[in-house]
Design a protein around this ligand. Structure first.
Ligand SMILES: C[C@@]1(CC(=O)O)c2cc3[nH]c(cc4nc(cc5[nH]c(cc(n2)[C@H]1CCC(=O)O)[C@@](C)(CC(=O)O)[C@@H]5CCC(=O)O)C(CC(=O)O)=C4CCC(=O)O)c(CCC(=O)O)c3CC(=O)O
Ligand SMILES: NC(=O)C1=CN([C@@H]2O[C@H](COP(=O)(O)OP(=O)(O)OC[C@H]3O[C@@H](n4cnc5c(N)ncnc54)[C@H](O)[C@@H]3O)[C@@H](O)[C@H]2O)C=CC1
Length: 229
C-alpha cells in the first residue's frame, strides 16, 4: 500500500512553521512563499537568504531554539534541524495537536513529504520516490524540464481560455470532449515550439473556430477537418 496520497494543497494565507534555518529550511521556505503561505521560521541562526526574506518582511523569524508550544496555530510544520531531540519534541507537539509534519531527516516520521516540482504557469509536475531517492527525483525533474519548456505556460493559458468558451458555447458533452482532445492532440503547439508558427493563440483559436464555429453551420453537428491522433 502506498503511504503517500498526492494532492494539491491550497496553503495561501495558511500559517506554516519551519524549525531550522539552514539549506533545507531555505528550500522549504522558498516553495512555501511561492504558494502564498504565511511563514514563520524558528531557529537561532538562519542562512543569508532566509535573513533577507525576514528583512524584506516575507517571513516571521523567531530567533531562538524551538520549544514545545511554538507550533500552536501551525497548518503545516517542517522540522529541518539536524537534531534528533528537537525532532522528538516537535513530533510530540504535532501529534498532540494534529498538525501535519515533515521531518527532513526522518522520512518515517513524516505525515507528508515534499516532491521535486516543475511549474509552467498552472501546469504543475511533481515527482516523488516515496523518499527512496530524493536525488533521483531531482534528476527526473531536470530531465522533464527539458521536455516541458516554459512555453507550456502560454499554451495552457490559451487552451484553458478556449475550454471556458467551449463550455459556454457547446452544450453537447461528447462534442466538448472531442474539441478538447483536438486542441491538446493537434500538432499546433509542437509546430509553435519549433518555430513553424509564431502566433500560438491565433492558431489555436483558428483551429477551434474552423472546426466548430465557422465550418460547422450547426455548432453541435457538422464539423470541419481536424487533426485527431
Ligand atoms: C523524504 C524527503 C522528505 C522531505 O524533505 O520532504 C527527503 C528526505 C531526505 N533528503 C535527503 C537528501 C537530499 N535531498 C535532496 C533534495 C531534495 N529532497 C527533496 C525531498 C525529500 N527529501 C523528501 C522525499 C522526496 C522523494 O520522495 O523523492 C526534494 C525533492 C524536494 C525539496 O526538498 O524541496 C529536493 C530536490 C528538489 C529539486 O531540486 O527538485 C538532495 C539532492 C541535493 O541536495 O542536491 C539530497 C542529497 C542526495 C540524496 O540523499 O538523495 C536526505 C538525506 C540527508 C542525509 O544524507 O543525511 C533525507 C532524509 C533521509 O532520506 O533519511
Ligand atoms: N529533506 C531533505 O531534503 C534533506 C534533508 N537533510 C537533512 O536535514 C537536516 C538539516 O539540513 P541542513 O539544512 O543542511 O542543516 P544545517 O546544519 O544547515 O541547518 C540546521 C539548522 O537548524 C537550526 N537549529 C539547530 N538547533 C535548533 C533548535 N534547537 N531549534 C531551532 N533550530 C535549530 C540551526 O540554527 C540551523 O539553522 C539534516 O539533518 C540533514 O541530514 C539534508 C539534505 C536534504
Amino acid at each position: 500500500m502506498d503511504k503517500y496520497y498526492p494532492i494539491m494543497l491550497d496553503i495561501k494565507n495558511k500559517k506554516c512553521k519551519v524549525i531550522g534555518g539552514g539549506r533545507v529550511a531555505e528550500r522549504k521556505v522558498t516553495s512555501l512563499l511561492e504558494c502564498g503561505a504565511i511563514v514563520e521560521v524558528i531557529s537561532p541562526f538562519v542562512s543569508d537568504k532566509l535573513f533577507k526574506y525576514y528583512k524584506k518582511g516575507k517571513i516571521k523569524l523567531v530567533q531562538r531554539n524551538y520549544k514545545y508550544g511554538d507550533l500552536k496555530g501551525g497548518y503545516l510544520v517542517y522540522a529541518a534541524t539536524d537534531n534528533e531531540e528537537i525532532n522528538e519534541i516537535c513530533i510530540k507537539e504535532c501529534r498532540d495537536n494534529e498538525i501535519l509534519l515533515n521531518v527532513a531527516d526522518q522520512p518515517n516520521m513524516c505525515d507528508f513529504i515534499v516532491p521535486a516540482n516543475i511549474r509552467r504557469g498552472d501546469l504543475n509536475i511533481s515527482i516523488s520516490t516515496n523518499g527512496k531517492s530524493p536525488m533521483l527525483s531531482k534528476k527526473i525533474r531536470i530531465e522533464l524540464e527539458k521536455i516541458f519548456p516554459e512555453e507550456y505556460k502560454e499554451y495552457l493559458e490559451i487552451i484553458g481560455e478556449i475550454r471556458e468558451k467551449v463550455k459556454e458555447e457547446i452544450k453537447d458533452i461528447s462534442k466538448r470532449r472531442e474539441i478538447f482532445h483536438d486542441l491538446v492532440y493537434s500538432d499546433v503547439f509542437k509546430r509553435y515550439l519549433i518555430g513553424e508558427l509564431t502566433d500560438l493563440k491565433k492558431a489555436l483559436y483558428d483551429m477551434y473556430f474552423y472546426n466548430y464555429g465557422l465550418q460547422g453551420a450547426d455548432i453541435n453537428g457538422k464539423k470541419g477537418n481536424n487533426n485527431r491522433q
